[in-house]
Design a binder for this molecule. Structure first.
Ligand SMILES: Nc1ncnc2c1ncn2[C@@H]1O[C@H](COP(=O)(O)OS(=O)(=O)O)[C@@H](OP(=O)(O)O)[C@H]1O
Length: 316
């Protein structure tokens, strides 16, 4: 039997995650306080007394029952890292990009990327680009109509600036945010074909998902509240996944240097754990008039999104 092909990881968005080799994914700078994490739980030497110890070598690989499908720069890495603390959740660290870029490899290939789980444990992955991939809802539904979907959403204007900041960090010579925002600066016409803008039209993308999944199978997590009240948002997510509320405010502390909540103990470790330098970047100052123009642009889409989800995210 030949080994299934591995995904192309060189352009994994955002996380700077490297390929699992063959199944261990590492990251260069996800941590601020610690050496690189080992994402693959079954290869990690577990601490005695933790549930992880039982998954070491035993169990079987399963297709994910829950997926964080978006949004890019919403806070998806923070959510996955926090969820991994739960003993009944096992997640693949790197983004598989199966339902957008690697679908041709087939479900066996996808399953093979997953960590082993025991009975009752939930397998998860996160790939934020699924939310804006036209084919993703049909493909995920074809895998299982029961898949639970989680979307971390964030003010689309801040999200666009965060997205731009990430691109700028890789390509410092790109044009300014202001010039990329407009098709025509004089008329004020927004360039909706620019992905940084396009991704934030949440109502449009959600429409596509609702053709395949009922609303109660999709959980919307507030990216803002994930920072201001991580335990509160994690409570909602654990309820949605049908899990006991094990992750609580006791698991978090606010790291003043990082300016974000961090874990007191990372999954499978006893040390504090913050996300790395690529999470929580300083954004460039953007012309306030351009920001206002973008706020005006997004307002009707945001209102539609609040209506569809029954939740006011407070971006306006
Ligand atoms: N606890 C914690 N620590 C650090 N960063 C946090 C945290 N919670 C949410 N965030 C926000 O997550 C933003 C990155 O979002 P994603 O992880 O979804 O990005 S990516 O799409 O995977 O590249 C990232 O965006 P930027 O601030 O623009 O870098 C953070 O604001």
């Amino acid at each position: 039997m030949s080994k299934p092909p591995q995904p192309s990881w060189e352009d994994v968005e955002g996380d700077y995650e490297e390929p699992p080799s063959p199944l261990v994914s590492r990251t260069r700078d996800l941590l601020t306080n610690e050496p690189e994490p080992d994402w693959d739980q079954q290869r990690r030497a577990p601490e005695p007394g933790t549930m992880s110890s039982f998954s070491n070598g035993s169990g079987s690989k399963k297709l994910p029952q829950a997926i964080i499908i978006g949004v890019k720069k919403g806070g998806t890495r923070a959510l996955l890292e926090f969820l991994r603390v739960h003993p009944d959740i096992r997640a693949v660290g790197a983004e598989p990009h199966f339902f957008d870029r690697n679908y041709d490899h087939g479900l066996d290939w996808y399953r093979d990327l997953m960590p082993k789980t025991l009975e009752g444990q939930i397998t998860m992955e996160k790939t934020p680009s699924y939310f804006v991939t036209r084919e993703a809802p049909a493909r995920i539904s074809a895998m299982s109509r029961d898949t639970k979907l989680i979307v971390v959403v964030r003010d689309p204007v801040t999200r666009a600036i965060s997205d731009y900041t990430q691109t700028l960090s890789k390509k410092p010579d790109i044009p300014s945010f202001e010039s990329l925002t407009f098709k025509n600066r004089t008329t004020g016409l927004i360039d909706t074909s620019w992905s940084a803008i396009q991704i934030g039209i949440y109502a449009k993308h959600l429409d596509n998902w609702l053709q395949y999944f009922p609303m109660d199978q999709i959980l919307f997590v507030s990216g803002e509240r994930l920072i201001s009240d991580p335990a509160g948002e994690l409570g909602r997510v654990q309820d949605f996944l049908g899990l006991k509320r094990i992750i609580t405010d006791k698991h978090f502390y606010f790291n003043q240097t990082k300016g974000f909540p961090c874990l007191k103990k990372a999954e499978g470790s006893s040390k504090p754990h913050c996300l790395g330098k690529t999470k929580g970047r300083t954004h460039p100052n953007i012309d306030p008039e351009v920001v206002q123009r973008l706020r005006d642009f997004y307002r009707p889409f945001n209102m539609k999104f609040y209506q569809m989800t029954g939740h006011n995210f407070g971006w306006d």
